[in-house]
Design a binder for this molecule. Structure first.
Ligand code: 13P
Length: 253
């Protein structure tokens, strides 16, 4: 059985004060005690809020994650943050290849693949993002784009490596737009991704990999999306910034 995972990606939101308020409210919230015990919850604040979050999560089952990492181990890379720095802060997950990094910072599948392999070498979990643009979907290129991205980001990974990754399908047209993929559209792509993973490994491996959906996930649409066979969790942007909406998304599983 695949682990259900709900991850909050705060993007460039929430400084130290907001982070404190969020976690104090989240940890105190009694509904969090009743969530499915097979479920993992993770929050990825911006780098500058990680230390605060890490301290507040010390005795909690909620995991901490980062939104990106350098492909380099250390040295003269101005503005970059290394994996060992994130490990010191007790991060367990690291998002790589988010479409905003692909779009604004020109990250390629090859760089994302190198980052993911580094993360695995350090025994943390990469959450590797893929997704098509609106233009690509309308030109009927979704499968082609997803295939190229998946094959690129998992290159040189052994079956053992693949068992330790998480994939997030985030259609670019659904991110921050309020317009989510329908459960049918999302399930189709998730199933397609699982088939690609089977071709690269085998059915036992591909059936064990958690595939998250991201793109305008809200309390109102989470339940239906969560009921799809190949949707194993969510990568949530805007709705993860508020305790109540984040908890109600978690409770959809
Ligand atoms: P929204 O949930 O705000 O659409 O963002 C999705 C996302 O990009 C999560 O990584």
């Amino acid at each position: 059985m695949r682990t259900k995972l709900v991850v909050g990606n705060w993007k460039m939101n929430s400084g130290i004060e907001e982070t404190k308020n969020f976690f104090e409210n989240l940890i105190e919230n009694s509904s969090l005690q009743n969530i499915n015990h097979l479920m993992q919850v993770c929050i990825c604040p911006p780098f500058t809020s990680l230390n605060t979050a890490s301290q507040l999560l010390q005795n909690s089952t909620i995991a901490l994650g980062a939104q990106d990492v350098s492909v380099n181990e250390n040295g003269a890379f101005t503005g970059e943050v290394s994996i060992s720095m994130l490990k010191e802060l007790k991060c367990q997950f690291i998002i790589v290849g988010h479409s905003e990094r692909r779009m604004y910072f020109k990250e390629t599948d090859s760089l994302i693949n190198k980052k993911a392999i580094k993360i695995l070498e350090h025994k943390l979990t990469p959450i590797i993002c893929v997704g098509e643009t609106l233009e690509q979907r309308e030109a009927d290129e979704t499968n082609e784009v997803i295939k190229e991205q998946i094959n690129g980001v998992i290159e040189n990974m052994s079956n053992e490596d693949l068992l330790k990754i998480v994939i997030a399908y985030e259609p670019v047209w659904a991110i921050g737009t309020g317009k989510n993929a329908t459960s049918k559209q999302a399930e189709e792509v998730h199933l397609f991704i699982r088939k690609l993973l089977t071709i690269k490994s085998n059915i036992n491996v591909s059936e064990s990999i958690s595939i998250l959906y991201g793109g305008s996930v809200k309390p109102e649409n989470a339940k239906e999306l969560s009921e799809q066979e190949n949707i194993d969790g969510f990568l949530v942007g805007g709705a993860s910034l508020k305790v109540n909406s984040f908890i109600s998304i978690i409770q959809s599983f």
